[in-house]
Design a protein around this ligand. Structure first.
Ligand code: AMP
Ligand code: MG
Length: 616
């Protein structure tokens, strides 16, 4: 099969327009649900009160129902004396009528007796036989909720197409609704395509990945007010995909698939819809980054969305194209996304001709709000989940300078990070940062190696730098920006862990920290002293390295002794590492800086660390 080129990329707006030309996202019929099920649903009827709320004038505090006029001269020093002619509890109809000089003891929520127009709270009274002394005057209506004061009979309370919030469920109940008409939720069939995909419950083989999109899209579909129907994972074969589409059209109002939509398999898209009915394929390719390989089709009045396989791309395109469509159908209002201005923390190069959606997180720096692009790109779903919002970069922009002002569209109300830790990963950092998190700070850890960490410190994005370097390698302060203060050093014993006795033989594979990590170069030198030819698998963390050994994909991994002792593997000593904690000077005078300083030099930390093997 030849590679088809995208013939014409359309903008997001054009894509939506083309879609709406063929199918309209009309709301479905209404159905009746119990109010227990009504939360989050969209009202399918106007709600007009059939009763008053409250249905009768009632006391809103415990005390005495009085004629306000009788209390006109009451004061602390000269209390008014009223005769108590009875008591009226909540839920009972008072038969007594209050005349001049009388009053009735009354409970909160009780029916206000005839003749009274105010309630004196019990705290302003004292009882003396069958007489109550009143120490404060009250005006008419005081201590009372009059009949219909919340909602009056016949009042228009809520309109069709409003979303039912928790408060509105309360109003419905208060008005005596036990069932309510709501819009039916559209059913959305979802499936993933890809020979490499497996379900999260299955065993992960060497060449497989877990299906992300079916579930992230399923969650978004619910957020858009619809019901997901999961059709599973399909192989990259026309017949199988076609069958899934047919199944989706049968059981749902809308079909969403992901993967297999890039140019390499574009012929497939045509074949899938061929012969299923008009209008068929509508859009193939969108001028957006991420998300170029997007398709939109329709069979009859049912749309089919083909999203890119890359999880981040799929979600971005979902938000731009699928979400507006589904919300129009379900009646769920679009989320109002707050926009704010921030300085872009790093220089960013973009594609001309494609609109880019760049996920960022927020960080305060020198009293200005900064938007920092998240790492990882289109495949990095976890990075996206930690983003605070997205910067939209227009088609005609190909470069944004560092510190240039950009507009960030927030995913939801967010709080910018209190502290960002970068550099080399180490088991100690987990302990320190976990403590900060527990004290309510928003801590962000991006341990992507020393080189990356240094860049972020220089750019004043990061606050805490963790350098993990070989003990006998000179710690060169010049390599670090001078604006850093050393908080503390630790020592960590490193070992070569292996499932085998023999480690260093030609062609063996080692799991090592990534290039740019403080230990990488030295680790390779150590290996090279023993063996000339070897392979390296790079990892971001010691746990990942450990896993490679456990799964026998690497003969050996460079690991802290502490990590290794948790497993049943052999190991031999490698070398000792220095772990250096450096903080940006600017932070030292801030509250979080001081907290960090205190904790990192605390006795408690010493105590915790003393129990960790090979760390001091
Ligand atoms: P595709 O659009 O099928 O060419 O896929 C692009 C990339 O996304 C490949 O690396 C796929 O392995 C990955 N991918 C595709 N579908 C999924 C999915 N459902 N979950 C996670 N990753 C996926
Ligand atoms: Mg694929």
């Amino acid at each position: 099969m030849g590679r088809a080129v995208f013939k014409k990329l359309v903008t997001v707006e054009e894509a939506l327009e083309a879609l709406y030309e063929h199918v309209k996202p009309n709301p479905l019929e209404v159905e009746e649900v119990e109010i227990k099920e009504a939360y989050g649903r969209i009202l399918g009827e106007d709600v007009i009160a059939r009763i008053d709320l409250p249905p009768f004038s009632r006391a809103i505090l415990d005390g005495y129902a009085v004629r306000a006029i009788d209390t006109s001269f009451a004061s602390e020093t000269n209390p008014t004396r009223l005769r108590v002619i009875g008591r009226i509890p909540a839920g009972e109809l008072p038969l007594l009528e209050v005349k001049e000089g009388d009053c009735i003891e009354i409970d909160t929520g009780a029916f206000l007796p005839k003749g009274t127009d105010a309630v004196v709270r019990v705290e302003d009274t004292s009882i003396d036989g069958d007489v109550v002394k009143i120490y404060d005057s009250v005006g008419r209506g005081s201590g009372i909720a009059p009949m219909g004061s919340d909602v009056y009979h016949g009042q228009f309370v809520m309109s069709k197409s409003e979303e039912i919030t928790a408060e509105k469920v309360g109003v419905l109940a208060g008005l005596g609704y036990h069932k309510v008409d709501v819009l039916m939720r559209p059913h959305v069939a979802i499936f993933s395509t890809g020979n490499e995909l497996i379900e999260p419950r299955e065993e992960l083989g060497a060449t497989k990945i877990y299906d992300v999109n079916q579930y992230s899209i399923g969650a978004l579909v619910q957020k858009s007010g619809c019901i997901p129907i999961y059709l599973g994972i399909k192989k990259d074969e026309v017949e199988e995909i076609r069958e899934a589409v047919v199944e989706g059209l049968r059981c749902a109002h809308v079909v969403i698939m992901s993967g297999g939509t890039s140019a390499g398999v574009s012929d497939l898209a045509y074949k899938v819809f061929d012969g299923l009915g008009g209008p068929g394929l509508i859009v193939h390719g969108i001028a957006a980054k991420p998300g170029k390989p997007t398709i939109i089709a329709a069979i009859g009045d049912k749309p089919i969305f083909g999203l890119p396989g890359f999880p981040v791309s799929a979600l971005v395109i979902y938000g731009l194209i699928v979400d507006p469509f589904l919300r129009a159908m379900s009646g769920k209002k679009g989320e109002v996304r707050r926009k704010l201005k921030a300085k872009l923390a790093t220089r960013h190069i973009s594609d001309r001709g494609r609109r880019e959606y760049l996920p960022v997180f927020l960080k305060h720096r020198r009293k200005a709000l900064n938007a920092v692009p998240v790492l990882g790109g289109s495949g990095a779903i976890a990075s996206l989940s930690s983003a605070d919002g997205v910067v939209e970069i227009p088609e005609n922009v190909d470069l944004i300078e560092k510190d240039e002002i950009v507009r960030v569209e927030l995913f939801s109300e967010v709080r910018s990070a209190d502290i960002i830790a970068v550099g080399d990963s180490s088991p100690i950092s987990q302990i320190i940062l976990e403590e900060l998190r527990r004290s309510g700070r928003k801590v962000r850890a991006e341990f992507r190696g020393l080189e990356h960490g240094l860049t972020w410190v220089r750019d004043e994005i990061a606050d805490l730098l963790v350098a993990c370097i070989p003990e006998d390698e000179l710690f060169d302060p010049l390599r670090f920006p001078s604006k850093l203060t050393n908080l503390r050093n630790f020592k960590m014993k490193m070992v070569w862990a292996s499932y085998d006795k023999e480690i260093f033989y030609p062609g063996s594979t080692f799991a090592l920290p990534r290039i740019g990590s403080g230990l990488r170069r030295y680790a390779e030198e150590c290996i090279r002293r023993k063996v000339e030819n070897f392979d390296v698998i790079e990892t971001w963390s010691y746990d990942a390295s450990m896993n490679l050994v456990l799964n026998r994909r690497a003969i050996s991994a460079l690991l802290p002794l502490y990590t290794v002792t948790k497993y049943d593997v052999k190991f031999i000593d490698a070398f000792c590492a220095n772990i250096i904690y450096l903080i940006r000077d600017e932070l030292l005078s801030t509250r979080i800086g001081k907290t960090l300083l205190r904790r990192i030099r605390s006795k408690e930390l010493d105590l915790t660390l003393s129990s960790l093997q090979g760390i001091s």
